[in-house]
Design a protein around this ligand. Structure first.
Ligand code: CA
Ligand code: CA
Ligand code: CA
Ligand code: CA
Length: 364
């Protein structure tokens, strides 16, 4: 019933794309899958990514961090398939078809994660035949960041090269630091990081996501808001302000995970975890990233809703019969009776709340 009501009221809210007032209702959706709980109590689960199976998308994998333990791999039913207890992995991201990463120079599906145990960037690949995640050799490189924290990957559409952005969580001396590496092919195969630049914000940054097609990195400055910078050029970055936090919303600090729904042709949505009010704020993918609405994930009969979400992820392509339009995945800070986990919402439940992303005036 809740879902039906929210679909009915969604378009009404669209007519007023302004910060909502206290008590105003927020459209809701429900998850259809939740992952197994993580093995450690307290604030542990953090950030999800998804590997899309190249032949049968229903065999895709959810790859997620437990920031007290390591990397977790789940199937799309939420069953835990693997635990790699490699350290305090905070955030994770993934890009497919990265040339030069294999031992003989072939392409790989590359995963990168920030490891707070040793302040490294850890690198993994997915073996598509075995459907397993394995560490690269060497498995990590030093980030040079004291308190490494958020991560995002970018795949340059013209070169295929992977880029990695990682942030820092400590106040002194460089709060708001983001470092940017390009992963370059080594002689004889394998990848090595080339540090390109450092980008600085006034305060702590964690959530980040790259729009590869647009060449844009979106950055969540947790207490302040969302910024965009151009990563398609070598020019010094000049951050563009996308959204600012307000205690009344629609973006209530901390701003946590960011993710993009790709509707094709540059259209789609940018979504942010508004952790302070346990909602998700949706913006137009295209600059100037107009605010659209907030939604919430609420209890169903079987699966609880989400609270104080850290990381989020979106897949914009079909993932088999259970998720024919893709998925929205959110870390859940409160999972009653169990440790934290991740909730999975079929994308069409969120898409039904939103305007048609294919704008009439958009260039094709
Ligand atoms: Ca955070
Ligand atoms: Ca919950
Ligand atoms: Ca986090
Ligand atoms: Ca947290």
């Amino acid at each position: 019933m809740l879902l039906t009501m929210s679909i009915l009221f969604g378009p009404l809210l669209l007519a007023h794309a302004e910060p909502r007032e206290a008590g105003e209702s927020i459209p809701t959706v429900q998850a259809t899958v939740e992952t197994a709980p993580v093995a450690t109590p307290g604030d542990s689960a953090d950030d999800p990514a998804v590997w899309i199976h190249p032949v049968d998308p229903s065999l895709s994998l959810i790859i997620a961090t437990n920031k007290e333990q390591g990397l977790l791999v789940y199937d799309l039913h939420g069953v835990e398939l693997q635990l790699l207890p490699v350290g305090r992995l905070n955030n994770v991201d993934l890009r497919r078809n990265i040339p030069g990463g294999g031992p003989s120079g072939g392409a790989i599906d590359l995963i990168a994660a920030t490891n707070r145990t040793d302040d490294s960037i850890m690198l993994f690949r997915v073996d598509p035949e075995a459907r397993r995640v394995e560490a690269l050799e060497p498995s990590r490189f030093p980030s040079g960041i004291d308190g490494v924290y958020g991560i995002a990957m970018y795949r340059n559409p013209s070169t295929g090269q992977a880029h990695i952005f990682a942030s820092r969580d400590k106040k002194q001396p460089e709060h708001g630091l983001v470092r940017h590496w390009r992963m370059e092919e080594k002689q004889g195969g394998g990848l090595e990081p080339n540090l390109l630049r450092a980008i600085r914000f006034e305060s702590r940054v964690e959530g980040m996501v790259c729009d590869d097609d647009a060449g844009t990195l979106y950055i969540a400055e947790e207490r302040k808001g969302i910024w965009a910078i151009d990563i398609g050029t070598d020019a010094p970055p000049t951050p563009r302000r996308v959204a600012v936090t307000r205690s009344k919303g629609p973006l209530v600090p901390d701003v946590e995970g960011l993710a993009i729904f790709d509707a094709g042709g540059g259209d789609g949505f940018l979504i942010a975890s508004s952790q302070g009010d346990s909602t998700y704020a949706v913006y137009d993918r295209r600059p100037p990233n107009r605010y659209i609405l907030n939604f919430r994930i609420v209890d169903s009969d079987l699966i609880d809703g989400t609270q104080e979400t850290d990381g989020i992820e979106i897949v914009s392509v079909p993932l088999g019969p259970s998720f024919p339009h893709g998925v929205f995945i959110a870390q859940d800070g409160e999972n009653p009776g169990a440790n934290q986990n991740f909730k999975v919402v079929p994308w069409e439940r969120i898409g039904a709340l939103l305007p048609n992303p294919k704008r009439e005036d958009a260039p094709r």
